[in-house]
Design a protein around this ligand. Structure first.
Ligand SMILES: NC(=O)c1ccc[n+]([C@@H]2O[C@H](COP(=O)([O-])OP(=O)(O)OC[C@H]3O[C@@H](n4cnc5c(N)ncnc54)[C@H](O)[C@@H]3O)[C@@H](O)[C@H]2O)c1
Length: 505
């Protein structure tokens, strides 16, 4: 099925950042593209800016000069909204205000044909609410491109309550024909990516607010252990603290101030003080040309332990046992039903972060989750005031013997990567249960939209079915605000497995 034939033009209304990007995508896909902006002259400026970007593609050999020339000929700035009458699709990318979008759509409905598909690129408004302005909301759909639209492959195709299945399918096929990777999703706050990604920022900020570690250390752990491309602090400095906070705020408000989406006080202070990130020269980090980039905390070299005792199954950290052996450290294995720990020569214990704090056990050090313990270059350890210096030194020496940098953080239950991943997995399960999208589409959206190394369901499978539930359940005990309360969907997922495996514990 082809989405739209190339004989009738498509239109982009609102020719700012996103409008220009979307227009470029449609042009390169072979469409004639009409551009309209409320500010006179801006559509023409946008056409010139798109032409200049196509020139750069020619310089980089990604487009031939002839392709650029025909694309530019197909770019048609419009002086009046009425000039869009012959379009088979109109994508609006005007300012993010419900009244502005509704007014525009009402006007468009009187201009275009009945079978013209109408789409919005809104990132935070409800598609259903915007479409409420239309006499025929069935033809209205969300086409949520990511910035920069010509480069980023993901498009969330959002169906409002009134969107016809045929309109959603047309939009989906169109995005595909334009070389994008569409995912289908329901009209909920944040759609897929902006909803499920919230804990990535929130948990990093929470660890910082709890005095668990400084931004440079948290970022390094998220990158080097979690496998995320960037840490939450450096990423929000790049996005802009105001932009990132406004998405968080909008999702939180739209969910009627659901505690799981509570914005960060520390980030609020940054925004209030104008520390917006790279664009203002200072955010979490200082970008003055002579400013020193803070280094992550990295522990001093410690002696490797001569041996470790492995009690039980280390679950997602099971690979460590082979790695410890390969590093020439003797491993004694003990089959302990209740234990999933390493015991160090001094008698202290080393356990994977599980949502408990180090004060609850005598002399324990927790280590954080890694995406892949072999490839991780850094591991975070957390110790309490009751942890003996010997245990911390032995734990540090053990990971250093495996070739890792070690960052010692405060006694933060769930540490950094573990709590972040558990919450992302939980929100993903919750979203599927609530009909937001399929597991496959959520995985695709998080990999392509925010570059996660694994989709939440891929991660969930790798970690084992009970892992995220058990961790969040423990965190919820220690912070009963509801922020960490595992969803019913995650509970079902974990419990169903237990039953299949013959245990109901
Ligand atoms: N910037 C992003 O990263 C991003 C990402 C995804 C989605 N979005 C969404 O895309 C939309 C546009 O965002 P942007 O960043 O491109 O904004 P922008 O400010 O760069 O551009 C908006 C353009 O719309 C024009 N405009 C305003 N009202 C209009 C109207 N009634 N009719 C015609 N033109 C009008 C403005 O003159 C301006 O040129 C918003 O809904 C936003 O939420 C933005």
């Amino acid at each position: 099925m082809t989405a739209l034939d190339l004989s009738s033009p498509v239109a982009v209304v609102g020719t700012g950042t996103m409008g220009q990007g979307i227009a470029q995508v449609a042009l390169v896909a072979g469409h004639r593209v009409r551009l309209y902006d409320a500010v006179p002259g801006r559509a023409l400026e946008a056409a010139e800016a798109i032409g200049a970007r196509l020139d750069r593609l020619v310089e980089k050999d990604r487009l031939t000069a002839a392709e650029r020339d025909t694309a530019c000929e197909r770019l048609l700035p419009a002086a009046d909204l009425a000039d869009l009458a012959d379009c088979s699709l109109v994508v609006e990318a005007v300012l993010e205000r419900l009244d502005a979008k509704q007014e525009l759509l009402r006007a468009l409905e009187d201009i275009v044909d009945e079978d013209c598909l109408l789409a919005t690129n809104t990132s935070s408004l409800s598609v259903t609410a915007i479409g409420g302005a239309l006499r025929s909301p069935g033809r209205f759909v969300g086409l949520h491109f990511f910035n920069p639209a010509p480069l980023l492959p993901l498009v969330e195709v959002v169906s409002g309550f009134a969107t016809d299945v045929t309109s959603a399918t047309r939009a989906y096929e169109l995005a595909r024909a334009w070389g994008k990777t569409p995912v289908a999703c329901a009209d909920t706050p944040g759609f897929i990516v902006n909803r499920i990604a919230r804990p990535f920022y929130a948990e990093a900020f929470a660890v910082y607010e709890a005095q668990g570690a400084d931004p440079a250390t948290i970022d390094a752990v998220l990158r080097e252990s979690g496998g995320f491309r960037m840490g939450a602090f450096e990423l929000t400095d790049l996005i802009g603290q105001d932009v990132n906070e406004s998405v968080t705020h909008s999702v939180w408000q739209s969910f009627f101030q659901d505690v799981r989406f509570t914005p960060s006080l520390a980030q609020r202070r940054l925004v209030e003080s104008g520390r917006l990130g790279r664009k203002s020269g200072h955010g979490w980090y200082d970008y003055a040309h002579d400013a020193e980039r803070p280094e992550p905390h990295t522990a001093e070299e410690q002696q490797r332990p001569a041996y470790v005792v492995v009690e039980g199954d280390l679950g997602p950290a099971g690979e460590l046992v082979a790695m410890i052996r390969e590093a020439g450290i003797q491993v004694r294995e003990e089959d302990e039903d209740h234990g999933t720990r390493l015991v160090l020569p001094g008698g202290g214990q080393l356990a994977l972060a599980d949502g408990q704090t180090s004060v609850e056990f005598r002399d324990v050090v927790y280590f954080d989750l890694a995406l892949d313990y072999r490839r991780a270059t850094r591991i975070a350890l957390s110790a309490s005031q009751d942890t003996s210096p010997q245990t911390l030194a032995e734990a540090t020496g053990l990971f250093q013997a495996l070739g890792k940098d070690v960052s010692v953080i405060g006694d933060v239950p769930g540490m950094i990567v573990a709590r972040t991943v558990a919450r992302i997995v939980d929100l993903a399960h919750d979203a599927v249960a609530k009909g937001v999208a399929t597991e496959e589409d959520i995985d695709t959206a998080m990999r392509l939209g925010v570059n996660y190394p694994l989709g939440p369901f891929e991660w969930s499978r790798k970690l084992g079915r009970n892992w995220a539930y058990a961790l969040l359940d423990d965190l919820h005990l220690r912070d009963p605000s509801g922020r960490y309360a595992p969803s019913l969907a995650l509970y079902r997922h974990a419990y169903a497995t237990d039953k299949r495996e013959g245990s109901t514990s």
